[in-house]
Design a protein around this ligand. Structure first.
Ligand SMILES: *Cc1c(COP(=O)(O)O)cnc(C)c1O
Length: 375
């Protein structure tokens, strides 16, 4: 860094760049990852964010997208072709699941879903010569299942992909376990302030260069404004995530001790089915807690409405603590058995723990549980 440079990251709102000579323009137009030609190809504010993510993940390169789903669909449709086969985890983010179930078949891409928590499940479903991608998410929607990263990293042949949105790079690094690509909805904890919609993929330069070639045609490029907000977010990522993990564990313990709560899922609670694995591959339990309140669908709805500090909104990883009740909102059209198959109960609540004082949060949750129990 030379004298007189901005200490804070710089916003380049421009959609295009003054090119100088034709020879220079030709070079910029044909360089993979070029960030001074046209902003759909690349932009300095966006590449600043990509470089920061690559360093945090221990990757050679990264490419930003306009949303987490932009990144997920870019990876799947950019790397897989008609006749290919994908092995995917069954319990994953709902939009990713729909991409595999509804979009992939239209392009002649077969998908086999497996229970990712079952040892060896991914490797067993790989069809040599046909499977081109193994796709996992950890910790996973909605029950915070933890997937063994060493096991995924050991799979040779197909490209292995992990959606690590629930585990930012300060608490887990899938590439260090041998996984090929890590995907994030940076909308969540990475940008971390609920003011950016953004996705990112990190991995080897070879894979990211290939994805860049598809991404330029797909057009789901990141906005420089969102990339700048995310670079701002990254500068406080370790302290925010440390505080959120600490509060989440305290909340999970308080909920587990509360008689009005039927069950609690948190990777660093001893009652979590993959507790040992979570302790081994994560340096924090994550910023989400999933639990079931008594009283079924009405209990869940009443609980949400009784909260005062915790806000009712979908998303995660921001400064404000948010709660959602899938059975009465995102998954309202599913039958009880379909909810069950998605790991969601009638009274399941997903809590994204923010930065408020933990005793205020526990008091708010406890008070709302008392209101539901006395109804
Ligand atoms: C939110 C989310 C996505 C999608 O990200 P958008 O930025 O909303 O497109 C993908 N995976 C996981 C795990 C998410 O939580």
């Amino acid at each position: 860094m030379g004298d007189g440079q901005s200490l804070a990251p710089v916003l380049w709102p421009t959609s295009t760049f003054a090119l100088g000579s034709v020879a220079e323009a030709r070079k910029l137009a044909t360089t993979v990852g070029s960030d001074r030609f046209y902003s759909r190809y690349g932009n300095p504010s966006v590449s600043g964010f990509e470089d920061a993510i690559a360093r945090l993940e221990g990757a050679e390169a990264a490419r930003a997208f306009s949303s987490g789903m932009g990144a997920v669909s870019g990876v799947v449709l950019g790397l897989c072709s008609t006749g290919d086969h994908i092995v995917a985890q069954r319990q994953i983010y709902a939009a990713t699941q729909l991409l595999f179930q509804a979009v992939c078949p239209r392009f002649g891409i077969d998908v086999t879903f497996v229970d990712g928590t079952k040892p060896g499940a991914f490797a067993e479903a790989v069809i040599p010569g046909k499977t081109t991608m193994v796709y996992a998410e950890t910790p996973a929607n909605p029950k915070l299942d933890v997937i063994d990263l060493d096991e995924l990293g050991a799979i040779a042949g197909p490209v292995t992909v992990v959606d690590a949105t629930f585990g930012p790079p300060v608490i887990q690094q899938p590439l260090r376990h041998g996984v090929d690509l890590v995907v994030h909805s940076a909308t969540k904890g990475i940008a971390g302030h609920n003011d950016a919609t953004l996705g990112v993929v990190a991995g080897s330069k070879e894979l990211i260069d290939w994805l860049w070639g598809f991404a330029v045609l797909q057009g789901a490029c990141a906005s420089p404004y969102d990339a700048l907000n995310a670079t701002r977010g990254i500068r406080t990522l370790p302290v925010r995530v440390a505080r959120q993990c600490e509060s989440a564990l305290a909340i999970a313990e308080a909920l587990e001790a509360n008689p009005h709560v039927e069950s609690v899922r948190y990777p660093w609670l001893e009652s979590h089915p993959q507790y040992e694995l979570a302790k081994k591959q994560m340096s924090g339990g994550g910023t989400l807690v999933t639990f079931d309140v008594a009283g079924g669908v009405d209990g869940g709805a009443r609980f949400i409405e009784a909260l005062e500090i915790v806000q009712h909104a979908t998303s995660l990883g921001g400064p404000e603590t948010l709660a959602t009740h899938p059975a009465s909102t995102t998954h309202v059209n599913l039958l009880p058995e379909e909810l069950e198959a998605n790991g969601i109960g009638q009274g399941t609540i997903r809590l994204s723990v923010g930065l408020e004082h933990v005793s205020d949060l526990i008091a708010d949750l406890t008070r709302a549980l008392d209101i539901v129990a006395s109804a």
